[in-house]
Ligand binder design. Sequence first.
Ligand code: NAD
Length: 498
Amino acid sequence: MKKIEHLINGKLNSNFVNNTSSVFNPATGEEASQVVLGTEKCVQNAVNSAKNVYSSWSAETPLMRSRKMFKLKEIIESRKNELAELITLEHGKTFDDALGEVGRGLEVVEFACGIPNLLAGNYTSEVGRSIDSWSDNQSLGIVAGITPFNFPVMVPLWMFPIAIACGNCFILKPSERDPSSTLLLAQMVLDAGFPPGVLNVVNGGKEAVDAILKNKDISAVSFVGSTPIAHYIYQEAAKYGKKVQAMGGAKNHMVVMPDADINLVCDSIMGSVFGSAGERCMAVSVVVPVGKETGDAIRTKITPMIENLKIGPGLEKSSEMGPLVTKQHLDKVKNYIDIGIKEGADLVVDGRNFKLQGYENGYYIGGTFFDHVSTDMKIYQEEIFGPVMSMVRSESMVEALEMVNNHEYGNGTAIFTSDGGVARKFANECQIGMVGINVPIPVPMAYHSFGGWKKSIFGGHAVYGMEGVRFYTRLKTVTGRWPVGKSLGAQYTFPNNS
Ligand code: NAD
C-alpha cells in the first residue's frame, strides 16, 4: 500500500510517527494509501529545518525570491494535469473542476511574483529637522498553515506563496483526507529552487495541529476549515501569543428577484450548488426567491435539471458531479436529508438512493432539492457541505436581506436581479464578506482578498491579496537623524514640530 510521508528539509520521511490514516478513492470506495500522522517531535523537526534556513532566506533580496516564484508558476502550469488528477483521485471532484482549482491557486502564485513591489514600504524626509522616517514590512519568521480537504491545492496556495515570498519559512499541515496533491505541490516548490526547509509539509491530524499551536518558534497560524475547529485554532493560537487568521464554514444564500433572468439563475444554481458536490465554502446552499412566481418558476425549471445531473467518477469526461469525499461524509449528508424530511421541508428531488452501476462502493449521492424550507429548520441553520439545495421563499427583498443578515455565517452571498438600485442596496447592507451581483460564487481574485464575516472568520485577517502580505509581515518604522548633529542638550518635552 502506498505511503504518504512528510516533506521536511527537502526530503520525504516517516520519522516521528505513531500512527497512519487511510486515504480512499471516493469514486470506487477503495483504500488507496496510508498517510502518516505526525507527532509533536515531527513538528519540531520541521521547525528546526525552517529555523536553519530562515536567516539566509529572509535576507534574500525580494527580487531573488520573486524569480523563484516565477519558476514555481512555470512548473505548476506545466504539471497542472498531474495535480488535478491527484485531486480528483482523493477528493472526488471532476477533473475539469480540479483544473479550475489549480488555476485559481496559480493566480496567487502570480500575485506573489510581484513581491518586490508588494513589500515596498514608504519614506518621508524631514519628519523633524534633519530627521527622516521610513516604514518597512519585515517577515515574521516561521509561520504555519492548516488546510481543509475541499481544496487541497488551492487553499495551500492561498497561503504559502505569499508567506515565503515575504521572507518567512512555512510549515504546512494538509488535510489527512487528501494530502497527495498538496505533497506534489510542495515538491514543485523544491524543483523551483526554493531552499529545503523554506516549505515543510507535516502530515497529520489533531496531534500535529496542537503541536503547531503550542510551538514557541511558530509566530503565526493560518487556518481554513470548519467553524468549530477555526474557533478552536483562533483561541489556542492566541493563547500562545501567535498572530492568527482562521476561516470557518458557511451557509451561502442566493437571493433571486422577480426581474432576474431565470435561465441565468438556474444555470448559476446548478454550478454553485452542485459543482464539486457542494463541498465548497462558497457553494450556494440556500436559494431565496422573492415572490411566489419567482419561486415557482425556479422550481419548475430546476427540478429536471437536478434530476438529469450527470453523476460519476471525476476522471470520466461526461461527469458533471463526482462523489463526496468519504463514506463518513456521505452518511452525514444523507442524515441531513432525513432530518429535513422530519422537519417538514418539501423534498422535491431526493438524491439518497442514487446508485452508479460498476461503482456501487463509491461515495455518490444524487442532487437533492428541498422547497418550502423555513429558517427554524436545522437543514437551514447548519452547514451540510453536500449537493443539497434548500429553497426558502420570501415576500420581499427586505425580508430576504434580513434572513441573510440573521444567519450566523457570513462567508458569501449573491443577488440576481436586473435592477442596479436593488443590487446596490443589497451589496451595501448585507452582513457578508463576499458578495456577488449576478455572480453565484464570488470568490475574489488573487489581488483582492478572501474572507467572510461573522462565524465564517476568526481573527479578522482575510487571506491572500494585500491582506495576505499584511498578515505575513510586521511593520517596522525607523526614525533617523544622519549625519549626527551637534547635541542641543537634553530635551524633556515630547518631540514635535512646533
Ligand atoms: P475541518 O475543520 O474538519 O479540517 C480542517 C483542518 O483542521 C484539517 O487539516 C484537519 O486535519 C484539522 N482538524 C480537524 N479536526 C481537528 C481538531 N479537532 N483539532 C485540530 N485540528 C483539526 O474541515 P474540512 O472538513 O477539512 O473542510 C471543510 C470545511 O472547511 C467546511 O466547513 C468549509 O466551509 C470550510 N472551508 C472554509 C473556507 C473558507 O475560506 N471560509 C474554505 C474552504 C473550506
